[in-house]
Design a protein around this ligand. Structure first.
Ligand code: ZN
Length: 67
């Protein structure tokens, strides 16, 4: 029973954190928002992983309806 209480506490802290900080840096571009071509030097476009936003929405934030 105590384990369940602990789990609920951790979930509450995690969701609180997601409410304050809903985003995490994009793993593909590392917040540069750019995707660089490997074949053509200097060519780049918007990061396809985060659609040029530089960040992704955390799972908990998505559950809270943030985007
Ligand atoms: Zn990205």
């Amino acid at each position: 029973m105590e384990a369940l209480l602990l789990l609920a506490l951790i979930a509450a802290i995690y969701l609180g954190s997601c409410a304050a900080h809903p985003y995490r840096a994009c793993g593909a571009c590392g917040r540069s928002k750019e995707s660089h071509s490997t074949m053509f030097k200097g060519a780049f476009g918007a990061c396809r992983s985060c659609a040029g936003r530089g960040h992704t929405v955390r799972l908990g934030a998505r559950l809270l309806g943030k985007s």
